[in-house]
Design a protein around this ligand. Structure first.
Ligand code: NAD
Ligand code: DAU
Length: 354
């Protein structure tokens, strides 16, 4: 019998696919169940290399669907949840906030309720609900305005961050009200392979390659704190195994970049790797109308995670960003498939009727 039966939600997405692969490979004694609705952001090709691993099962389904969740808990004896499934793109949330409430709020609450229903009878013995959240719930910092920590008040500005903030509150309410063992982490911007190319870094690498415009919002002065996705995953691993129940952990890269500066860095490396003259693609930069409610700066102080759990990121930015750009340039087919929607057929080809 498996040591643990872990339900990872959103495991076909960007961070989720890295997390699923890491857990499947590192913990052969755990059974990993990946529940994903396969929205535009979910792509099973991200997990091709482990899809036949004996400790891995994929289930196509929606976290809002209570019956599917109940069947999963019943059939597989789920004892831990690592919850990543979400609508995640701020710009989409500006256009369609309701979809974000459905998945991020109602979906999270539905999952919490089913976990409670199955776990409460054992007094939550050996159970854990790990909620993966974002630094955006804390709002925005001034350019010289300190750092986000676990003690910051919630002050979300976009429909996306408001929905994630709401989900965090529901998760904590289940700890306070029902004594469900929970843990929450709030992470800064991730970069790396397999990110859907509507987010800044993969979008810009793809556009540079195709000589398309690079739309910089406002003046490009907003600041983000960038972390290589595998370092986020190693933090999740530590928190899952050693985090204190009921606590929040902030995860960040101590790696702040003004958008326009990181964009120039991406242009410089991409041009070099494409064999173009240095700076040839700078001409593609186009300053466009700013994102409404655009948060000025995110920056994380992750001292608690370092001090209490001994976490350290393993990638320098120089190494991480080069590896990331190389991946997108070497995986043009992946980019073409996700931008054309072709990858949607993969589920039908590989899984339907299994
Ligand atoms: P993503 O958009 O790449 O992937 C989301 C995944 O969730 C997709 O596979 C999608 O199919 C799935 N999904 C969406 N709605 C679903 C539903 N109703 N039921 C089941 N599955 C559903 O997202 P990501 O960037 O990998 O982010 C994963 C998590 O990490 C999110 O909760 C996000 O808020 C959080 N986070 C992301 C970042 C970042 O920089 N990307 C930083 C901090 C926290
Ligand atoms: O901080 C964590 C968050 O990081 C996650 O919770 C979100 O899921 C994730 O999408 C990300 O949010 P951002 O809004 O910071 O990421 P995005 O890649 O959309 O944008 C990064 C910055 O670049 C932001 O300041 C907006 C700017 N931008 C983005 C795009 C897509 C542009 O200037 N032009 C663009 O075309």
């Amino acid at each position: 019998m498996a040591e643990k039966s872990i339900l990872i939600t959103g495991g076909a997405g960007f961070i989720g696919s890295h997390l699923v692969r890491y857990f499947v490979n590192k913990y052969p004694n755990y059974s990993i169940f990946n529940l994903d609705k396969l929205t535009y952001a979910g792509n099973l090709e991200n997990l091709k290399d482990i899809e036949n691993a004996p400790n891995y099962t994929f289930i196509k389904g929606d976290i809002c669907d209570r019956d599917t969740l109940k069947k999963l808990f019943e059939k597989y004896g789920i004892d831990s949840v690592i919850h990543l499934a979400a609508e995640t793109h701020v710009d989409r949330s500006v256009n369609d906030p309701l979809e974000f409430v459905k998945t991020n709020v109602i979906g999270t609450l539905t999952l919490l309720q089913v976990a409670k229903e199955f776990w409460q009878k054992d007094n939550y013995e050996g159970k854990l609900f790990y909620h993966v959240s974002t630094d955006e719930v804390f709002g925005s910092l001034d350019l010289d305005g300190g750092y986000f920590t676990e003690d910051c008040k919630y002050e979300p500005h976009s429909p996306y961050s408001a929905s994630k903030a709401s989900s965090d509150h529901f998760v904590r309410s289940f700890y306070d009200t029902y004594k469900m063992p929970i843990v929450i982490s709030n992470c800064s911007n991730n970069y790396g392979p397999n990110q859907f190319p509507e987010k800044l870094i993969p979008l810009f690498i793809n556009n540079i390659r195709h000589n398309r415009e690079l739309p910089v919002y406002g003046k490009g002065e907003n600041v983000r704190d960038w972390l290589y996705v595998e370092d986020h995953v190693s933090a999740i691993d530590l928190i899952f195994h050693k985090g204190k129940i009921g606590e929040t952990y902030c995860i960040g890269g101590k790696n702040e970049w003004k958008n326009i500066d990181i964009i120039k860095r991406v242009i410089s490396i991409t041009d070099e790797l494409l064999g173009r003259e240095s700076g040839a693609s700078l001409k593609l930069i186009k300053f466009v109308t700013d994102r409404p409610g655009h948060d000025l700066r995110y920056a994380i102080d992750c001292t608690k995670l370092e001090r209490e759990l001994g976490w350290q990121p393993s990638y320098t930015f120089d190494d991480g960003i080069r590896k990331c750009i190389e991946w997108y340039l070497n995986n043009q087919e992946w980019l073409d498939q996700v931008t054309s929607g072709d990858y949607k057929n993969y589920y039908d080809k590989m899984y339907k009727g299994r």
